[in-house]
Write a protein that binds this ligand. Sequence first.
Ligand code: SF4
Length: 199
Amino acid sequence: MAVLRNYKICDNAKECGGIAVCPTGALSWNEEKETIEIDNDKCISCGACESHCPIGALKVAYTEEEYKKINEEIENDPRTTKDLFVDRYGATPLSEFFIITEEELEKKLGESITLIEAYEEDTIECLIKSIPIKEITSNMPKDTKYFKMEASSLTKEKYNINILPSLLIFNNKKFKGKIEGYYNTDQKQELLDQINNIL
Ligand code: SF4
């Protein structure tokens, strides 16, 4: 019937996974306007684009009612692309700014709190559901530092890490403790309480 694009969270890129799989050309890239275009007359509601959008910005409506409902959901969605694509605890890093190597770890530790997220390759699902770093550090001292570090077996052994991602917590250059495993947005308070207990 029709496909809808959540323009609030879609990064509107030529490389759109939906465009790549759409068999009818209902989804296309307009080079001149630099935007994704939808021609719903061509849409056969096959659903291919929906499953190829990693952030869930493409939704296929099969009935008029569904179309209205999805449209309303998009209009009421409080999220923006920024909310989805900031670096997040539990997700593969997006911004190189946060990435350090294991060799750099000691040098990066600050006088105040330093959080090191030891990670390994993960799914993009984490980018949508994991906790933005700014929310984890919002009540911490201004000079709190945060980095992401891909963990080899050496780091896992050194800090006795069994599950990744794992948040290594340092204060004044001293290792205070760690929190293992992935936390989603619903578990934010739990994660913050654990960090406070360690500090
Ligand atoms: S539902 Fe199928 S035909 Fe419609 S836009 Fe998506 S991929 Fe193209």
